[in-house]
Design a protein around this ligand. Structure first.
Ligand code: ZN
Ligand code: ZN
Length: 343
């Protein structure tokens, strides 16, 4: 099979590799779609976001965890999925037995492993994954939507971490795909006003389609008199963090879900002087009743949220280098870039 190898920063090679054979409990998936995530871009730019950088280098970097694919082979003891099913996958594996897993917070598992740890990730013609991270997609869902379940579940988790948004003034910082998906979920939760801070006009246009009432640009229109009950910061940089603490009202809540690949030099004083509540948001998990992945699938399958505007570009697999260049350069007009293996 052909697989993308992230050889060094800004350099992706398509190499020939043996197609994996599924072990017991594992499933071989033919990739139909794979989305480029912000964390893929961090690694594309050479940033060791993950702490096991040396092991990754020895393997050769593989990326891609927002996927939709078709099951083509199953190992022994696989019961939940069958050949021909269209599936997507949670991006992390959890042990199921540590105290975080047992307390229902399996996304914080003490032994959590990235999906691509084992092999090639979804930027490959085939990807082999454990059955337990897979979800079968309803037929009504497009493959593009299927590849958006993972980031939508992360957006759902972030909005849930914001607490009850009903009747609240909510600001989203960042017009990238996570900001846009958070806006879509926040709109569903009954905000009285939904605002977004973006850098580019194409992000503003999509934000209105996702249900935002107003759009701000940094510096031009950011007045400290604007005070929001909830701020969801999706970009992971210090300027955005300072905007969040400045624009959140006293006693308000800030949710952070940017990857923060670098240490930040930030002013913490407003957290104390305004008694701000700060919550981190990592991936998705169990909301107490259901898995957030199942909720994201339902939101899409029941057409409660329209995410089509978020996917601005798609490329065939053999143009993955160009796809990453476009995804990495926001001036290109990109928000979410997909690799479509059927092109
Ligand atoms: Zn991601
Ligand atoms: Zn665990």
């Amino acid at each position: 099979m052909k697989a993308a190898l992230f050889e060094k920063p800004y350099t992706i090679q398509i190499v020939e590799k043996a197609t994996p054979k599924p072990e017991p409990g594992w499933v071989l998936i033919k990739t139909l779609r794979a989305g480029i995530c912000g964390s893929d871009l961090h690694n594309y730019r050479g940033c060791a976001l993950r702490n096991n950088f040396e092991a990754w280098q020895q393997l050769g970097f593989a990326e891609g965890h927002e996927l939709c694919g078709e099951v083509v082979a199953v190992g022994d003891k696989v019961e939940k999925v069958k050949i021909g099913d269209r599936v997507t996958a949670e991006a992390v594996w959890h042990c199921g037995s540590c105290y975080m897993c047992k307390s229902g917070q399996y996304h914080l598992c003490l032994d959590r492993k990235d999906l691509v740890w084992w092999g090639d990730g979804a930027f490959a013609e085939f990807v082999c994954l454990p059955e337990k991270v897979l979800y079968v997609l309803p037929e009504s869902m497009t493959s593009s939507e299927g590849a958006l379940v993972e980031p939508l579940a992360a957006a759902y988790h972030a909005v849930r971490k914001a607490g009850d948004c009903f009747g609240k003034k909510v600001l989203i910082i960042g017009g990238g795909s996570m900001g846009q998906l958070c806006a879509g979920v926040a709109k569903l939760s009954g905000t009285i006003s939904l605002s977004i801070l973006v850098r580019y006009d194409h992000q503003a246009k999509v934000a209105y389609e996702m249900g935002c009432d107003s759009v701000f640009y940094p510096h031009a229109s950011l007045d400290s008199s604007l005070q929001f009950d909830v701020v969801i910061e999706t970009t992971g940089n210090s300027e955005a963090f300072e905007n969040a603490t400045r624009l959140c009202r006293k006693g308000g809540r800030i949710v952070l879900l940017g990857g923060y690949p670098h240490p930040q030099n930030i002013n913490l004083a407003p957290i104390v002087s305004k008694e701000l509540q700060i919550a981190g948001s990592l991936c998705y998990g169990w909301d107490g009743i259901r898995k957030e992945f199942e909720i994201a699938i339902d939101l899409l399958a029941k057409k409660k949220i329209n995410v089509t505007a978020v996917v601005t570009h798609e490329f065939p697999f053999d143009q993955i280098s160009e796809a990453f260049r476009v995804a990495s350069d926001k001036k290109s007009g990109s928000i979410k870039v997909h690799i479509n293996f059927n092109l």
